[in-house]
Design a protein around this ligand. Structure first.
Ligand SMILES: Cc1cc2nc3c(=O)[nH]c(=O)nc-3n(C[C@H](O)[C@H](O)[C@H](O)COP(=O)(O)OP(=O)(O)OC[C@H]3O[C@@H](n4cnc5c(N)ncnc54)[C@H](O)[C@@H]3O)c2cc1C
Ligand code: SF4
Length: 461
């Protein structure tokens, strides 16, 4: 065994997986997990932990895996994370724990994410149940939204004895984990639902089909229904568009709508009667994780897929692993190009996209080289479907129906970094609703901070 190299993880063959929605990565088996864990140096001052927003005790859980004591490893992770099977699959570990791993200096960092995923899957398959709290403190807290921020906040508060109800607008809980990230990266029935069930088992009630701001307001929850504090974890689900001609044509989707139709409404399954347009040639605009997910979904639904992105490969914001997987599966990358018009046929359906070539100029305020359009370089890409994956912002419904709740120009709720406290007494917020579109683990960190903030607020009340 070469200790400088990772134990490779088994995956579905690219050609096979491009035609199905089953999970791409198989994960480690027991023997592979122990072998990979044995590469860990068990550092005293572990840099990997500093890179984890929820501070999972990584050397300790990996130490337990080394001994083959997977239940102990699961207990250690459960102290910090309510969603380990999710995080092990979708966290950008290369920029976080693994990015800081000492092993990574001379060789390959420990596969911390794959080990976390192994432990979480093992514990689920072996009936591991999180410890619950018997004694309630009689205080009611409402959580708005059941994404990673809301679930984490609710789970922590329930462990401390609070009576927590999550109000979720959609008919299924989970937020982006359920409606955004596709099945082939994050299986719903096998992985997401059991982790949500674990939060329920802590005593949390989840009420679906409740749109706060329409079905009930925050003031009604606090004044009429006895909730002493509220955590807003409503995410950033409002899609952005380019504002180019033809964008309202039939066959233009936001990535959010396209993915929701596939993931939540199961358009990819033949036994569901909520179908999606059957496309031959799809253009996905954008270069982030959402663009990769939309492109790989369209590919699996049988289309030829082009990603059109205005910068170069070095600037693609998506995780390197997702770009690599998309390429292996046959997604075509048309980089340094920007759509300027969507062409339609006489019935108003998309028939192509006019694209202008781009050159990279001087770096802008984000440090990335600024895209500069090349005059006279327009060309057409034939397409019957266009998916816009340009980012999202928080929906203004809650801020517009809650007096005194301050937001910034990007519609994000203003909340104190250390506590999650908003401008309204007793109202806390975190996750994408505060930061704009970010990551699962940052939303979980914000959920933890919000839970602590609420606990301190209610303890002093
Ligand atoms: C397609 C896609 C792929 C992604 N891939 C990754 C990835 O690989 N890795 C990663 O770390 N991150 C990824 N992200 C980002 C990550 O999923 C989000 O940052 C994270 O889910 C934010 O969590 P949240 O709890 O703040 O919000 P969300 O997950 O958005 O959950 C918010 C919930 O609140 C509900 N809600 C909204 N308004 C109301 C209301 N008025 N009343 C009641 N409920 C309401 C929504 O229905 C939703 O269920 C991806 C995002 C998308 C869209
Ligand atoms: S930094 Fe790397 S080697 Fe050290 S404890 Fe963390 S995972 Fe193990």
């Amino acid at each position: 065994m070469d200790v400088l190299k990772r134990v490779p993880v088994r995956e579905q063959e690219p050609k096979v997986r491009a035609t199905n929605f089953a999970e791409v990565c198989y994960g480690y088996n027991e023997q592979e997990a122990i072998e990979e864990a044995n590469r860990c140096l068990g550092c005293k001052n572990a840099k990997c932990v500093q890179g984890c927003p929820v501070n999972v005790n990584i050397p300790e859980f990996i130490g337990a895996v080394k001994k083959g004591n997977f239940a102990e490893a699961a207990d250690i992770i459960a102290l910090s994370s309510a969603l380990p099977a999710v995080c092990g699959r979708v966290c950008p570990q290369e920029n976080q724990c693994e990015g800081k791993c000492i092993r990574g200096i001379k060789g390959e960092a420990i596969s911390i994410g794959k080990l976390e995923r192994f432990v979480a899957d093992w514990s689920r398959e072996n009936g591991f149940v999180p410890k619950t709290v018997e004694v309630k403190n009689g205080k009611k807290v409402a959580v708005i939204g059941s994404g990673p921020a809301g679930l984490t906040c609710a789970g922590d508060l329930a462990k401390w004895g609070y009576d927590v109800t999550i109000f979720e607008a959609l008919h299924e809980p989970g937020g982006v984990l359920t409606y955004g990230i596709p099945e082939f990266r994050l299986p719903k029935e096998a992985v997401v639902q059991p982790e949500i069930e674990n939060v329920r088992k802590l005593g949390v009630t989840i009420e679906t089909n409740v749109i706060v701001g329409k079905s009930v307001t925050i003031d009604q929850l606090m004044d009429d229904e006895g909730f002493e504090a509220v955590f807003i974890g409503s995410g950033a689900g409002l899609p952005k568009f380019m504002g180019i001609p033809g964008e309202s044509a039939n066959g233009v989707y936001s990535a959010n709508e396209y993915l929701t139709r596939s993931n939540l409404m199961k358009a990819f399954r033949e036994d569901y009667d909520t179908p999606i347009t059957s496309s031959q040639k799809v253009v996905v605009v954008g270069g982030g994780n959402v663009a990769m997910d939309a492109a790989r979904t369209a590919l699996r639904l049988g289309a030829e897929v082009h990603i059109v992105y205005r910068r170069s490969e070095a600037e693609l914001p998506a995780r390197a692993e997702e770009v690599h997987h998309a390429k292996e599966e046959g997604v075509i990358f048309d980089l340094l190009n920007n759509p300027v018009e969507i062409l339609t046929d006489d019935k108003g359906w998309v028939k192509g996209v006019v694209v202008r070539k781009i050159e990279l100029g001087e770096p802008d305020e984000s440090g990335r080289r600024r895209p500069v359009e090349v005059a006279g370089s327009d060309f057409e890409i034939e397409a019957d479907t266009v998916i816009m994956a340009l980012g999202t912002s928080p929906n203004p419904l809650i801020s517009s129906t809650t007096e005194g709740l301050e937001i910034n120009q990007r519609q994000c709720i203003l909340a104190e970094e250390a506590t999650g406290q908003t401008s309204r007494a007793g109202v806390f917020a975190g996750g994408d609703a505060v930061t704009g579109a970010a990551t699962v683990i940052l939303a979980m960190e914000a959920g933890k901070i919000g839970a602590k903030g609420i606990h301190e607020y209610l303890s002093q009340k």
